[in-house]
Design a protein around this ligand. Structure first.
Ligand SMILES: Cc1cc2nc3c(=O)[nH]c(=O)nc-3n(C[C@H](O)[C@H](O)[C@H](O)COP(=O)(O)OP(=O)(O)OC[C@H]3O[C@@H](n4cnc5c(N)ncnc54)[C@H](O)[C@@H]3O)c2cc1C
Length: 389
């Protein structure tokens, strides 16, 4: 009998288990992961300005790369921002978490079903817990209307040093091909780059061959010569346009969810690292009762997060519905011309009222009438039906 069983050993489950172990060491924890390692196959990045100093402190041992600044490039704007950037990856995450939590991790244990007191494994074994938390990653739901930030990435070993000072978070000087498209480059070693071909798109599907060719073309244009491709990753992160959060949680059948499964991500970027850190702190500071108590705690929290993200969902509707796809880059170029601290607050999910007005005022980046039609959430539903057709 465990106090808490985490179904799925990904980012949100492991960060929470790690933090609980630090803050409530008496708890009997179990993390159940279906794969042979924790954390999947990702490179996770975030801005240090997304987190509090105390959070940066406890997360620091997990960080592999730290940069002092980053760049963005658009057709009419190139800018270096003095905001830091941090990254880590799944291999390091797995090693770190196995060191910290190894005695309470079950790997290669695919879960068949989860209920309020137990987790049933595919092999027939049943594990019992006072509190079960479902962190098995994103799950399609008819209650969320989504766009996608999708990408294919490669870690490349170069013949010579690339000379980059920091990441290029968005290089949108590339052909847009009917989406908002940009290249994302992280200098993960003096001769190593992670390069991702990224799109904001209405659909989650990826064309790997086309993306690898596009990465190869981009790398040549930057004057870099590739010695070897070391590894690949891909993803389609959810971008929320609208939805019914109460209905979304009523589908959870009383099982508390965390991470992407609880819609705990930034509505405009699909990024969840910072929110996973905050959720880990929140649970580690709470008194954890049984599954029903924690369901209440976590669904209330996720619903508050959802309400706070209303403005970003509106922006998404403007980006996905009002903006002509090939001209979505113009919205982002305009945004990146704004004050650095406003951009930091945007990514941290802490935009003030004046930030929100500032982002929307000035020369409208999308046709006004089309933009006005996007204000109600029902426009997202209509859009979803249009895309499905
Ligand atoms: C390639 C990629 C890159 C990303 N980069 C960033 C980034 O830079 N910054 C950022 O903030 N966000 C990023 N994200 C988005 C988000 O942070 C990640 O998807 C994050 O891993 C989500 O965390 P999670 O805990 O919700 O789910 P996951 O980390 O996906 O964890 C779910 C876990 O549950 C396991 N599981 C699922 N089903 C079962 C089952 N039946 N039985 C047992 N185990 C099961 C999975 O194997 C997995 O380990 C990225 C996503 C992807 C896909």
């Amino acid at each position: 009998m465990y106090d808490v069983i985490f179904a799925g050993g990904g980012l949100a489950s492991c960060l929470t288990a790690y933090r609980l172990r630090q803050q409530q060491p008496g708890l009997r924890l179990l993390v159940v992961e279906g794969a042979a390692s924790l954390g999947g196959n990702h490179t996770w990045s975030f801005f240090p300005t997304d987190l509090s100093p105390a959070q940066l402190d406890w997360i620091d041992p997990l960080i592999l790369h730290r940069w002092q600044s980053y760049e963005v490039r658009f057709p009419a704007l190139s800018r270096r921002l003095g905001t830091g950037y941090r990254s880590t990856n799944s291999e390091f995450f797995h090693m770190f978490m196995m060191g910290a939590l190894g005695d309470c991790v079950r790997l290669d244990a695919p879960i068949e079903e989860v209920d309020v007191t137990s987790v049933g494994l595919r092999g027939g074994e049943t594990l019992h817990g006072r509190c079960i938390i479902d962190g098995r990653g994103p799950m399609p739901s008819r209650h969320l209307m989504l766009g996608f930030q999708k990408f294919t990435g490669q870690v490349l070993q170069l013949e010579t040093e690339h000379g980059l000072e920091g990441p290029i978070i968005m290089d949108a000087t590339v052909p847009q091909n009917g989406d908002y498209r940009f290249l994302y480059t992280l200098p993960v070693g003096p001769r190593e780059l992670l390069v991702e071909d990224t799109r904001y798109s209405n659909t989650p599907d990826l064309d790997f061959e086309a993306d690898f060719t596009a990465i190869a073309d981009y790398v040549v244009k930057q004057g870099w010569s590739v010695a070897a491709a070391i590894k690949e990753e891909q993803g389609a992160l959810p971008i929320t346009l609208g939805g019914d959060i109460d209905a979304f949680f009523s589908d959870a059948n009383g099982i508390p969810r965390i991470g992407l499964r609880a819609a705990l991500f930034h509505a405009t970027t699909g990024y969840s690292f910072a929110e996973a850190v905050r959720t880990a702190d929140f649970l580690a500071e709470s008194e954890l009762g049984n599954t029903a108590d924690v369901f209440q705690l976590l669904s209330d929290r996720a619903k508050r997060h959802w309400s706070r993200q209303a403005y970003w969902r509106l922006l998404n509707r403007m980006l996905f519905i009002a903006a002509v796809p090939d001209q979505r880059w113009f919205v982002m170029q305009r945004f990146y011309g704004l004050h650095q601290s406003l951009i930091e607050r945007f990514y941290a999910g802490q935009s003030t009222l004046s930030d929100k007005l500032r982002i929307l005022t000035g020369k409208p980046p999308v046709a006004v009438l089309r933009a006005l039609r996007c204000l109600p959430q029902s426009s997202a539903a209509a859009h979803t039906i249009e895309v499905a057709n």
